[in-house]
Write a protein that binds this ligand. Sequence first.
Ligand code: ADP
Length: 275
Amino acid sequence: MMILKLGGSIITEKGAKTPTINNNNLKRIAKEIKNALNYQKTSKDFNNGLIIVHGAGSFGHPFASDYEIGKPFNGSEDLEKKKKGFSLTQSWVKKLNSLICDVLREENINSVSIQPSSFVITRNKRIEHANLDLINQYLETGFVPVLYGDVVLDLEKSIKMAVLSGDQIINYIAKKLVPERVILGTDVDGVFNKNPKKDYNAQLITELTSLKDLESMDATTNIDVTGGMVGKIKELLELAHIGIESEIINAECENLIEKALCGQKVRGTIIKKNK
Ligand code: ADP
């Protein structure tokens, strides 16, 4: 089984103030996924299982940050405001998921939408409980479950609600379902020593094994509500430490997702266990 993440930076216009989809990327990537699934069927190296997790991008971050979901609330008025923000965010990310599932279906991929806020509970922003039996059953039946960054209920009384990133979902499901490959498509070639969008001299780090490798990294450049690149790497290092490798690749480069899903080694950053 493989897990593929489609970053919010790829499937939406991430910097947009209102929810804006990136249809060109989405349609191209859906074709690439279809080609890869066809290839996997003809090869006995693959078990034909795929879970897709996508980010929220401009369908989630503007609302989650405006309403400060995940921050302690200050009295009942603030709680009411946050509940409104929660409801709004949940609705927009669900719309994004629906659009993505539609495009996948246009390529004859039998996607099924799995809404995290309907089965995941966090405690202090980390997943406390999520029953994956249904996802397993969908996989066994040959569906492609599609999960996404969402807002969820949180058991910590001072916050009650949290933003759940696609990256944390990947961390959780990979630990439980132990995929053969975890591929994260984003809008840069991988992890660099500096933000490559801001510094042309940034060097690609091809292998990451510990947070120490990040010491040279300028972590202040990409703080979004779910932690940006540093948050992503922390989730993936946890997987690496239990032997589950992952790779961050550039989903804006044509065919990279397809090649990676077909088992080829492509340019990017591998997050792996220190030998
Ligand atoms: P996604 O939405 O695809 O999951 P994010 O937007 O959270 O991804 O993270 C990718 C972004 O992180 C890139 O667009 C890049 O501008 C930014 N970034 C900041 N620092 C780095 C770094 N050191 N290496 C790579 N990307 C970085």
